[in-house]
Design a protein. Structure first.
Length: 521
């Protein structure tokens, strides 16, 4: 992998760039959603404002229509009263009509002597000759009649306008509004502006902010609402106010959060994937460095016995060596020992294949742990005594039958005891303890030494591949960093567990737990 060959500074630079990219992405998403939220809010408020404006406009038109109807009714009643009078021609006179019950304003209507109030239009007699009933005279008379009718209608409208100006704003707001129509107008206008599906509530207050009407389904007054002044064209003080509420409309901040959550979640997922990738890169780089150390160490470990065997072979070619039996025996012994050492190192290298597969090829059978340990201790005792050490056994497990691969499990015990010899303390005599005991449906195997110990910071890493506990500038212990990794792999393949306890300059203890046969059945 390319990342394994990158410098740490380059990797950290990539981390910084990616972190900045993610931060910028989240910032842009937040800004976009905030702008979208503000736009939605503005659109909603604009729709509500248009609806309220049109509702108030409709209320003003309704009031104008009512005054117009009232004025027409009064005119019709007055006309009917006059029609009951004599239909005889009357002299031309001036009729004074009070407008809006105000003595300061009046409208003057003149009636011709030849015109009665019941007449609906001019009587037309068309004559082709030049006379009173000629076409010209008849057309002029019709235009005059239409002009008089226009003036009458104009006066009617002026009367209505004056009445609205001087009477309407003095009436209470509850008398000027039909609240059932108000609710209908609200429904219609909100629907026209795209808000018909949103339930609403409303109330009306007078100029003193005293509530004069509230819709039926409104109990409490919501905190947020919209208001519109009623009859805004009235002169003087404010007539009243219409308040509109949307109780079922969710909080806009929560709506914005709902939009923002998926985006944030996807960004977090990407960030987690990126973080996991970075962790894997660091682990791969660390593993690559450890493999490089392993290759260098392996080269040294294999080169030493090969050089020794080569040197011994050259000595055997010397004729003088063949004449000395003791020298010949010594050289042949060196060759045998170095060959065994070389074979052992090659076997350790081959153990690397165990870590490239989920499970090694093993042959399981029923074995007795106590008997296996007795055999291992007997074999290893000579090596311990060679270093003036002592090995103790305390095999108290009454049930020791497990299903295991005898060869690999034996290698596990040999590896742990061999580490005790390798990392012995030079200040005291080597003591090695091997114990077994039962715990529920399992057996525990403990191998303890009084060596140099391991720092707590390294305890969790001793089972990693190619990892070797740092010893400063002292390199008197050879190895590939595969022994304990091999031990853990084999124990896990036996459905067991292994843990280590250690104190510096006091010693180290490895404890293996394996399930018994009857627990597996």
């Amino acid at each position: 992998m390319y990342f394994c060959y990158m410098k740490k500074s380059t990797i950290w630079l990539l981390i910084g760039v990616m972190a900045l990219t993610f931060a910028s992405l989240l910032t842009l998403q937040y800004a976009y959603i905030r702008t979208l939220s503000r736009t939605r809010t503005e659109q909603f408020e604009e729709a509500v404002s248009r609806s309220l404006f049109q509702v108030v406009r409709n209320l003003e038109l309704d009031e104008t229509a009512r005054y117009l109807e009232d004025e027409i009714d009064e005119r019709e009643k007055s006309a009917m009263n006059l029609s009951q009078m004599s239909t005889m021609p009357i002299k031309k006179h001036t009729h004074l009509l009070a407008i809006g019950n105000s003595p300061n304003f009046s409208s003057v209507m003149e009636y011709d002597e030849s015109t009665t109030l019941t007449q609906t239009g001019p009587k037309v007699f068309i004559s082709m000759s030049h006379g009173k009933n000629s076409l010209y005279n008849t057309s002029a008379k019709m235009q005059e009649t239409l002009r008089e009718r226009y003036l009458a209608q104009k006066g009617l409208l002026e009367d209505v306008v004056l009445r609205i100006l001087y009477q309407a704003n003095e009436r209470p707001v509850e008398q000027r509004i039909d609240f059932s129509k108000l609710e209908h107008y609200l429904k219609v206008e909100l629907t026209n502006n795209g808000l018909g599906s949103l339930p609403f509530q409303f109330r009306v207050t007078d100029k003193n902010e005293r509530e004069v009407y509230r819709c039926k389904d409104m109990i409490d007054i919501p905190k947020k609402g919209y208001k519109q002044v009623l009859f805004p064209n009235d002169p003087g003080v404010r007539t009243g106010t219409l308040y509109l509420y949307f109780p079922d409309r969710k909080d806009q901040s929560f709506e914005n959060l709902k939009i923002f959550i998926p985006s944030v979640m996807f960004s977090i997922v990407l960030l987690l994937v990126f973080a996991i990738t970075i962790i894997i890169i660091f682990r791969q780089k660390k593993l690559s460095d450890m493999k490089n150390d392993f290759v260098n160490n392996m080269t040294h470990e294999l080169k030493t016995p090969i050089s020794t065997i080569s040197l011994a072979a050259q000595m055997l070619r010397d004729a003088d060596v063949g004449k000395t039996p003791a020298m010949l025996k010594h050289i042949s012994g060196v060759i045998v020992d170095e060959s065994k050492r070389l074979s052992f190192q090659v076997e350790k290298v081959l153990q690397v294949s165990l870590f490239e597969r989920d499970k090694a090829n093993m042959t399981f059978k029923e074995v007795d742990i106590n008997e296996m340990l007795e055999s291992v201790i007997s074999t290893f005792k000579l090596k311990v005594e060679n270093f003036d050490g002592t090995i103790y056994r305390e095999l108290k497990a009454t049930q020791a039958e497990v299903t295991a691969d005898e060869m690999h499990l034996t290698n596990v015990f040999f590896n742990l005891m061999d580490n005790a010899v390798k990392y012995r303390s030079s200040d005291r005599e080597l003591k090695l303890e091997v114990r077994t005991w039962n715990e529920k449906h399992s057996i525990n195997i403990a191998i303890r030494d009084n060596g140099i110990g391991i720092n707590k910071e390294h305890l969790k890493k001793v089972f990693e591949r190619f990892y070797r506990v740092p010893t400063g500038n002292v390199h008197n212990v050879k190895g590939f960093g595969l022994g304990l990794a091999y031990v853990r792999k084999i124990v896990e393949n036996h459905n067991g567990t292994i843990r280590v306890e250690s104190e510096v300059n006091i010693g180290t203890e490895f404890i293996i737990n394996l399930p018994l046969i009857k627990n597996e059945l």
